[in-house]
Design a protein around this ligand. Sequence first.
Ligand code: FAD
Length: 389
Amino acid sequence: MSRVAPLDLLDLDASLTDEERQIRAVVRQVVDDRVRPHVAGWYERGSAPVRELATEFGRLGLLGMHLTDYGCAGSSAVAYGLACLELEAGDSGVRSLVSVQGSLAMFAIWRYGGEEQKQRWLPAMAAGEVIGCFGLTEPDHGSDPSSMRTRARRDGDDWVLTGGKMWITNAPVADVAVVWAQTDEGVRGFVVPMDTPGVTATEIRNKMSLRASSTGEVVLDDVRLPADARLPLAIGLKAPLSCLTEARQGIAWGSLGAARDCLQTAIDYAGSRTQFGRPIAGFQLTQAKLADMAVELQKGYLLALHLARLADAGTLRPEQVSVGKLNNVREALGIARQCRTILGANGVSGEYPVLRHANNLESVLTYEGTSEIHQLVIGQKLTGLSAFA
Ligand SMILES: Cc1cc2nc3c(=O)[nH]c(=O)nc-3n(C[C@H](O)[C@H](O)[C@H](O)COP(=O)(O)OP(=O)(O)OC[C@H]3O[C@@H](n4cnc5c(N)ncnc54)[C@H](O)[C@@H]3O)c2cc1C
């Protein structure tokens, strides 16, 4: 009997343009060639060749691909989303590298930087020659960044930054950080070369999730920066929050990639694993699981596609992005866990990608706004009452 791939159930490909399908095929190929054969080893060792990957992704135009000019590809939100989906089908850590580079660090400079800052940083970041990170979270301030303690004070024309950032993706390998700090006029953003005296970044060890991604703690000890290090158009907390809104769109897509990879693995496994004299794919309970997961995957895909079309039309609102991030990551994690049951004991083995994806999605559920924070954003929109701010 003929079989259909989990994401082909509703013929949604028909709604993509040729260009979107081509971009997807290119990213799928690079993930097959450069990520899949190695990622289990990276995960086990807890380190990935971030710089090599950045160079390769830069060559393909994937870094800041949805931004315009300054060496960026200017792709549609749909094309960027499809790229995120394919990257995360390889590993959430690999997609995180691209998201942080393009949607957080580059987007902050592209949206809020001055012309000289854009010329200096963006082309090299788009090419993957310069790796960026984005420092908002602090050891004591995660969901509530308005309480951040990192401070920037004026000293003559200079700025002097003091404080610390925690859980910063790419920080240990980064060349430049976008750092958010309190000033006398409120929160402002600064472009900080990582070799500036007083900046140290150390790798956070013992992560049980996103192990093929570099995550660090950044200490800023009287870091002296010239006046033009400040992002001139970033005024207040809404600036970093807008960067997060940007990046969450890629996460809503990317998480579906991890889920698709789990579901495909489970379907293949169930077709070849025999118990009680027949393939476990032939049992009704297994088929019910597979069917429910495929339905959720399609619904998530439709949601991501709809949000990206709104983004391309310039009408996407932050609470709509919260719907996508909340639903798609939550469902992807549910799919990964359910697929693990289908693989039995092999589900906990690194020989299969399923528990790696599930573990990764635990981080994805938390970063860029936890599930609870996105529920509160949606709740606020529904009731007109803020439960958190
Ligand atoms: C692998 C990884 C990579 C990361 N990369 C980056 C990065 O590149 N840059 C960066 O700036 N940050 C990064 N982060 C940090 C991430 O964004 C934060 O972890 C996240 O915002 C949550 O903050 P927290 O961990 O301090 O949790 P907390 O804010 O302490 O939250 C703990 C729990 O309390 C809940 N909670 C908090 N407030 C409320 C409320 N008002 N109502 C109900 N529940 C609430 C939360 O939902 C959560 O369940 C990364 C995190 C991880 C794990």
